[in-house]
Design a protein around this ligand. Sequence first.
Ligand SMILES: [Ca+2]
Length: 204
Amino acid sequence: MLRGLVLAPVVCHTKRVNKATPSGLPTVTQLSQDVATGFQLLIEEGDTREIGKFLAFTTEKVIAPRWLSDACGIETVSAPDDEEGQQPKYDLQAKSGLRIQIKFRGGKTLHMEQTRRTTGKNAGAGAKNGQVRYSVDSFDVILFVIPTDYADPTSWEYLAIPAEELEDPNMPGFCVGNVPAAVRKRYAGKAQALISTLNEIASI
Ligand SMILES: [Ca+2]
């Protein structure tokens, strides 16, 4: 019965929503949808630690650079890996040379330690229990990105603090593990002005 029947090649009519990404590459449609679904589940579960892990990359690569551009007029590039192939101790660098460490923090405390290898170069005063303190010269300014409404990342809060304000008096040369409440209060609402000023100083 089927003899002589010309079978048409199978054509996939997958609809692609190929919005251009910042890199100009088309979006990976299925995976993008899966990530969105995963994020929705995460928000429903309300685990701020997991949400933080999920959003760290996007915050460093997309949300913070957009805010720096829109609010401060500063264009940034991602920091290169250091000589040992480890992640750099700052995330973004402005043309002026200003080095910015980005932290997404959805919890109550502004935690500053990082989980890194605690052997080799990291061994010593800054390393303890797998947590490594930043040395004060790791970055020029730290920018905390604090979510308020997950539906609208443009409404989030930003808190910028110069590295030298965070030196631990009990561990000279290294930053504190958590931002002290007094420091947080002192810099609240000043992120835009502070970053702009630091950028001007760095460009001189
Ligand atoms: Ca970071």
